[in-house]
Write a protein of this length. Structure first.
Lengths: 295, 501
């Protein structure tokens, strides 16, 4: 009797361990498969960017001939597609947008979170409702206006379009400011600090994560934006941003010659952006979950 | 009904109970809504009345300084040594009058007709040939009319403020209070009035680049602004609700085709938003759980691999995928060279295939993102919940359905609503992946994977059919507004009914 119970217990124990081992094995298999699915396209992209053979597509993964020509031609052969110019356009746009948008978002969020004035609720509701209109709808009218004052096909126009409504992204940042205790403000106020001083000397130093998040968002946005820039820069390929430009390389008439160069360009765009993102991902997650997820 | 009785019911009874509850609450809800509406209207009314009271007070009790401010804005401020504010009001008045007389007025009077003559041939005496001369440009008339109306509104507001502050100043002077100096005024800009300093420029940006354009485009929806009515050589005109009739009701020559396209695109947009949101959410969470699972090692490695694909700019991933899945793309080529298929699989060239492909590629794009977001929250789920479930002998599936999902659903509802709305307007995934293709003969200016937003883009960019694009924009707005309202109310209801923690 005792024996039986003992062995039974042992058996159960062992089988439980086995179940765990099997489930772990399944887990690892799934993870390995997932990793392969997620990584292979990028490996393909990198391999193609070094491919020496001409043509758009091959029927094998690994190129027969490796070369740096695609990268070199991207910078030397700029007659049709001026990649360095696109890169510069996007970089300038990103830096300027990043500076202005960060200031605007922080200012709006602070005002809506900390200052009390008539019409505050109404303003927030207005911004909420405005955000429900498709952004592209207002773009048509903005395009006409910019055309009237001659700012289409220029970076100034594009930057204006990007930053003009950045106040509407106050939501996440305001959510963060709301979590900073009000008593800190009050203590500073008793010490005679103005609202301005409180904003710069008290609130901002406490808000590093959300500032980094705002900067990161603002800086990354212009790199992948297609819709607005394609309409605004219509007819002037020199002024394209990288997303718009690289897509031109894949048009039917260009793809045979330019596919490998597209890959090279895509790699060159991805490396700094990915590095930046991975470096600051902690803040990114904090921003998204802190503002959009309420516990 | 007691909580316990509710818990005892089976799912079907629960559903009936909730439905009954829902319908029973409708009258009360409607009543509340109208009460609220009435309150808001009353509030507006009171404000309106107070505006007139203020103006009346300025006219009746005002001294000559205040009364002169009716005509010369800021005069009272100057007379009371409030130079900064006085200059502001006066400057605004001068700019406004100049704008209206020299520029705005001539457009505003034509707003009703949107112009009479677009273009005419005029004989040029000097060169001896006929030349085209452009007269009325409907688009500019409408645009500047809208601008002028906003300007007039701003002027009326400033005029009222001018009188109100005059009243205040007069009162202060009468009871012998010291009037604020310029230094005080500047000081208040970083204190009591700090919100004006902070919000001034951002709100100006919103007004000029968002509100005015949206009003303009909403008006465009009631005109026939398209390729055959294209200024400056042609005029366009008001057509009332005709565009809505065409797109929603199928009236007119192109009506049936447009109405059909609209219905199909709308259905696909909603389907897409639903699947794109929830496949990513649920599958992403499962992957995150798997990585979090006890006993799985190298957690950091798996996460890094996934994070890497979030870090690569989305447009690169999308363009890459569109090439890999093409009929000559590497995936088809590899499958062919392995002898698995004879003909290319129509990943992006067949309607149904393309729709499924888009959703699957979106999963590929979205899962790492969800993993990144949810990992932290998943770790916050109280471990004792899982332990007690384990002791009760719940299977992993049941644990997931009864603990993980409800918890996450509870915590991340706002995020989910944002994602859903974002997906309705997800231009990049569709446009860079398929371009809205494959084209269909039954559709008007749209392909089979086009969302409302990409259709709007195509109508604007390719067809210059601005009036229809505006109608679609308005419809998209209404859909998003309704969905947000329903979901937000629902999430509140959930919170009230079953507090999770």
């Amino acid at each position: 009797m005792m024996e039986a119970i003992k062995t039974g217990k042992q058996k159960k124990y062992r089988s439980k361990k086995r179940v765990e081992r099997v489930s772990n094995a399944v887990g690892y298999t799934i993870l390995v498969i997932i990793s392969i699915i997620w990584v292979i396209p990028y490996i393909y992209l990198i391999l193609q960017s070094f491919r020496g053979e001409p043509g758009a597509y091959t029927s094998y993964l690994i190129p027969k001939e490796f070369t740096f020509d695609n990268y070199i031609e991207l910078f030397t052969d700029t007659s049709l597609f001026n990649f360095p110019r696109w890169y510069l356009n996007t970089f300038i746009t990103a830096v300027v947008v990043c500076i202005i948008q960060t200031i605007v978002v922080l200012a709006t969020s602070y005002a809506l979170s900390r200052l009390r004035f008539r019409g505050r609720k109404g303003l927030m509701n207005l911004l909420l409702v405005l955000g429900m209109f498709p952004g592209f709808m207002s773009m048509t009218a903005v395009y006409f206006v910019l055309k009237e004052i001659g700012l289409t096909q220029s970076l100034v126009g594009l930057i204006l379009v990007y930053v003009a409504s950045s106040a509407m992204q106050y939501y996440i940042c305001k959510g963060f400011f709301d979590t900073i205790p009000k008593s800190i403000d009050e203590a500073a106020k008793i010490d005679g600090a103005s609202r301005h001083t409180i904003f710069f000397k008290v609130i901002l130093p406490l808000s590093k994560p959300i500032i980094v998040y705002t900067i990161l968002q603002a800086f990354l946005m212009p790199w992948g934006e297609y819709m607005f820039s394609s309409l605004l820069m219509l007819g002037d390929q020199e002024m394209f941003n990288v997303a718009n430009g690289l897509r031109q390389m894949l048009q039917r008439e260009n793809i045979a010659e330019y596919f490998t160069r597209f890959c090279a360009g895509a790699v060159l765009v991805s490396i700094p952006i990915a590095a930046l993102f991975i470096w600051l991902q902690k803040y990114y997650v904090e921003g998204v979950t802190g503002g959009a997820v309420k516990g | 009904m007691l909580n316990l009785e509710y818990l005892k019911m089976n799912p079907w009874q629960k559903f009936i109970y909730r439905a009954e509850h829902f319908f029973r609450r409708i009258p009360a809800g409607l009543k509340r809504f109208f009460q609220k509406l009435w309150e808001v209207l009353c509030g507006f009314g009171m404000q309106f009345v107070s505006v007139f009271q203020e103006v009346y007070r300025a006219a009746k009790d005002g001294d000559w300084k205040t009364r002169l401010s009716f005509v010369i804005m800021g005069f009272g401020h100057f007379a009371r040594r409030q130079y900064l504010r006085g200059a502001m009001y006066l400057g605004f008045e001068i700019i406004f009058i100049l704008y209206l007389t020299l520029f705005g007025w001539k457009y505003l009077v034509k707003m009703g007709s949107l112009g009479d003559v677009a273009m005419a041939e005029v004989f040029n005496e000097e060169t001896g040939i006929f030349e085209y001369v452009y007269y009325d440009n409907s688009m500019l008339i409408l645009l500047y009319s809208v601008l002028t109306i906003f300007f007039i509104g701003a002027f009326v507001y400033m005029w009222y403020q001018n009188l109100r502050t005059n009243n205040v100043l007069q009162e202060m002077a009468e009871i012998g209070k010291k009037l604020p100096s310029t230094k005080d005024a500047l000081n208040s800009m970083v204190n009591e009035q700090y919100y004006k300093t902070l919000l001034g420029i951002p709100m100006l940006g919103i007004l000029v680049f968002n509100i005015i354009p949206i009003v303009f485009m909403v008006l465009i929806a009631f005109t026939n602004y398209d390729q055959v009515h294209m200024p400056p050589s042609r005029l366009f005109d008001w057509v009332g609700m005709q565009n809505f009739g065409t797109i929603l009701g199928g009236t007119g020559v192109t009506g049936p085709a447009f109405a059909y396209t609209f219905r199909e695109v709308l259905i696909w947009t909603l389907l897409w938003a639903f699947f794109a949101t929830f496949t990513n959410y649920i599958l992403g969470m499962l992957v995150a759980l798997l990585i979090n699972k006890k006993g799985i090692r190298f957690k950091k490695l798996w996460r890094t691999i996934l994070i890497f694909s979030v870090a690569v700019p989305q447009f690169v991933s999308l363009l890459l995928m569109s090439q890999m899945l093409g009929s000559e793309g590497i995936i088809n080529n590899l499958l062919k060279s392995w002898g698995w298929i004879e003909q290319s699989l129509p990943f992006l060239t067949d309607g149904i295939w393309a729709k499924v492909t888009v959703i699957i590629v979106n999963i590929w794009i979205g899962i790492p993102f969800t993993v990144l977001i949810t990992t932290g929250i998943l770790m916050n789920i109280p471990a004792d919940l899982y332990e007690s479930a384990k002791i009760d002998g719940a299977s992993p599936f049941r644990t997931y359905m009864k603990i993980t999902l409800p918890y996450m659903w509870f915590v991340t509802t706002p995020y989910l609503i944002n994602t859903f709305v974002g997906n309705i307007n997800n231009f990049n995934v569709i446009f860079l992946l398929t371009g809205g293709n494959p084209l269909s003969l039954d559709y008007q200016n749209a392909g089979q994977t086009d969302l409302l937003i990409t259709w709007l883009y195509k109508l604007t960019y390719n067809e210059q059919n601005y009036s229809f694009a505006a109608v679609i924009g308005i419809v998209t707005f209404i859909i998003i507004a309704v969905i947000s309202l329903i979901f937000y109310n629902k999430s509140k209801a959930v919170k009230n009914e079953e507090e999770f923690m």
